[in-house]
Design a protein around this ligand. Structure first.
Ligand SMILES: CC(C)(COP(=O)(O)OP(=O)(O)OC[C@H]1O[C@@H](n2cnc3c(N)ncnc32)[C@H](O)[C@@H]1OP(=O)(O)O)[C@@H](O)C(=O)NCCC(=O)NCCS
Length: 201
């Protein structure tokens, strides 16, 4: 991971200070916990119970630690943390992975635990990711969303349009994924320009 910017203290709707910063490998456990818990709550009724049950903090912690320690340098993981330094959301991204689309940037994951949803954290994480892409001279963005996921409305509210679809195998179940794309991410990047001063960690 390269050193990145942090967004200081835009007040979230719940009234507490929040920081968005680039993750370090010390964050691997907490990110893994947010990830597993979010998968279980988001995909309950969409993905099979055995598949969701098989998700494991320890295994994911190891995967995130590897990604943070020796992953592709153009990939990133940003975390949002509250005033007690608890991780209350994360976003990962990097170069578009299939090479089959006209999009260069891809948001791989975006997860906010339920108690922190709908307070503007997801929007700010997407914006910080957009700023990162722009710094790397990438001006567009793609994200894959499972078709039954209510977060489709979130991406639409951020101006994403449906640009692709594909089926993916999740633990033996083939499901449709919708690709939301932004051809120009400058507007997304501007969301956080007005949210607070930037500083380097
Ligand atoms: C989807 C998710 C990332 C959105 O982040 P968030 O912090 O909850 O959303 P925000 O508060 O930033 O919302 C931004 C806008 O999207 C809208 N929105 C967010 N989630 C929505 C939903 N499920 N349905 C409808 N609108 C939604 C908000 O109302 C808001 O609209 P506004 O600008 O008109 O006020 C978050 O809810 C989440 O992690 N969900 C579970 C995991 C998931 O589905 N991740 C995405 C996998 S691709």
């Amino acid at each position: 991971m390269t050193a990145g910017g942090a967004l200081s203290n835009p007040l979230t709707k719940y009234g507490s200070a929040m920081i968005i910063r680039e993750a370090t490998f010390l964050d691997a456990r907490e990110i893994a916990e947010v990830s597993v818990d979010s998968w279980r709550s988001t995909y309950q009724g969409i993905l099979s119970r055995p598949f969701l049950h098989s998700l494991c903090y320890d295994r994911l912690e190891e995967i995130f630690r590897q990604r943070l320690f020796s992953g592709n340098p153009s990939d990133f993981i940003y975390v949002a943390e509250d005033e007690k330094h608890r991780i209350i959301g994360y976003a990962t991204g990097g170069r578009e992975r299939t090479g089959l689309t006209r999009f260069e940037g891809e948001l791989y994951e975006l997860y906010i635990p339920k108690p922190y949803q709908l307070q503007g954290i997801g929007r700010k994480l997407v914006s910080v990711a957009a700023r990162r892409f722009l710094r790397e001279k990438i001006g567009n963005l793609l994200i894959w969303v499972l078709v039954y996921n209510p977060s489709c409305a979130f991406y639409q509210s951020l101006g994403g349009s449906i640009v692709h679809q594909k089926t993916t195998n999740f633990g033996g179940t083939r499901l449709l994924e919708i690709g939301y794309g932004w051809s120009d991410i400058r507007k997304l990047a501007r969301i956080t320009e007005t949210a607070g001063p930037m500083f380097l960690l």
